[in-house]
Design a protein around this ligand. Structure first.
Ligand code: FES
Ligand SMILES: [Fe+2]
Length: 389
């Protein structure tokens, strides 16, 4: 699991006037709306005696109150009021928890899980079709996997499995014809264009059957973004029907992934077709989960050594490369193993931007340990001379 990225914590519509708990990267957070309507995200561990703020309430001071002794925390995570000390009493400077940047986009609440200043954060992935309601009709759905987020993303961009896992998408005998026609990768994202030969589509009262001839050449464009661990699948059903499935894949913890899914389509834009769209999308996720939840090992291997790869796996390799850069060069991977000995004895949290700006403050909670980056070999010095070797 990687820090210093935007992730989706919840649907916008799910956070109204009460605090809501969100779990990301194995830690708990609380989301609450202030009077201006802005969503705030704080660490969900009260630094008084560890109460969960998500069980509390919002207050007239525009704070979230801890349900244990009523301490009130503002949008920056600072305590504004300690009821046992009374109105106007001084609040200790250390009475502060981490607060995380938030943004609402595409009907989702995005939270920045790290301490980078704004100028260094990767942007939230673009999804311009979401706001173009003249052309596109959106539906929302979600899916929770008992699988690691790295495997979920890899599955989302893998075309070769469609012939085997999704009967609505492929034929096993056509597996050799499916191909990746084009692909590109940067350090933070990848895009590709693929050609598939799927069967006619089903649903929408039999209307979809006429949309495409059996085994007609169909263009599908899978893409991924490190930010939000998003997958974007653009499907050109025929010359005039297109759909895009955009999912933000949130690492709830090492073993659980919550996919926030928005699908837009430029055809059958009436509400009566929404239910069928949701049903078909969830069916595809369930078909994937059946396979992905059974993969060994649970996590994506960090090297290709213990697997055998072929040409058709090259886009998955692009995703692995992007992860590797952020693990080995940036050092953003959370060291969950280092936290194991403290299970139940010590609470950790994700560092927030305010920590970086206030290092002198003795913050009550420790932050999650990170796997140190690999140092690049020194110029002119062989690896065997490197102390690390
Ligand atoms: S534990 Fe939160 S106010 Fe005491
Ligand atoms: Fe799939």
């Amino acid at each position: 699991m990687l820090t210093n990225l935007w992730y989706v914590a919840e649907w916008s519509r799910a956070v109204k006037d009460k605090p809501v708990q969100a779990r990301l990267l194995g830690q708990n957070f609380v989301l609450f709306r202030d009077k201006s309507g802005k969503v705030n995200c704080l660490s969900d561990i009260c630094i008084h005696r560890g109460g969960s703020l998500a069980g509390g309430w919002t207050t007239k001071r525009d704070c979230v109150a801890c349900p244990y002794h009523g301490w009130e925390f503002d949008a920056e995570g600072k305590v504004q009021f300690i009821p046992s000390r009374g109105e106007g009493a001084e609040v200790p400077e250390r009475a502060r928890i981490d607060a995380y940047p938030t943004q609402e986009r595409y009907g989702m609440i995005w939270v920045f899980m790290g301490d980078l200043p704004e100028s260094e954060r990767y942007p939230i992935p673009p999804f311009p079709e979401f706001d173009d309601r003249d052309k596109w009709r959106p539906i929302e759905t979600e899916f929770t996997w008992k699988a690691s987020v790295d495997r979920v993303v890899e599955n989302g961009i893998d075309i070769a499995h469609t012939s085997f896992v999704h009967p609505g998408f492929g034929y096993q005998e056509m597996a050799a014809k499916n191909r990746i026609a084009k692909m590109e990768r940067s350090d933070i994202a990848g895009s590709s264009s693929c050609v598939l030969y799927p069967p006619p589509m089903q649903g929408n009262a039999g209307l979809m059957r006429f949309a495409r001839k059996d085994k007609a050449e169909t263009h599908v464009h899978p893409g991924f973004y490190l930010s939000g661990h998003c997958v974007r699948l653009h499907i050109q059903v025929n010359s005039w029907m297109e759909m895009i499935i955009f999912d933000a894949n949130t690492p709830v913890d090492e073993f659980t992934t919550r996919s926030f899914v928005v699908q837009v389509r430029n055809f059958f834009k009436w509400g009566m077709f929404d239910k069928g769209s949701v049903k078909r999308t969830l069916k595809v996720f369930a078909e994937d989960a059946h396979i992905v939840e059974a993969i060994a090992p649970h996590h994506l291997p960090e090297s290709l050594e213990h697997e055998v790869s072929v040409e058709q796996d090259k886009f998955m390799a692009a995703w692995r490369k992007v992860r590797k850069i952020h693990i080995e060069e940036k050092g953003w991977k959370i060291d969950t193993r280092a936290m194991e000995p403290y299970r139940g004895e010590k609470a950790f949290t994700i560092p927030s931007p305010a920590r970086r700006l206030n290092p002198e403050l003795r913050w009550a909670l420790d932050t999650v340990p990170l796997v140190p980056p690999l140092r690049p070999p020194l110029q002119g010095v062989s690896r065997s001379d490197d102390k690390r070797a």
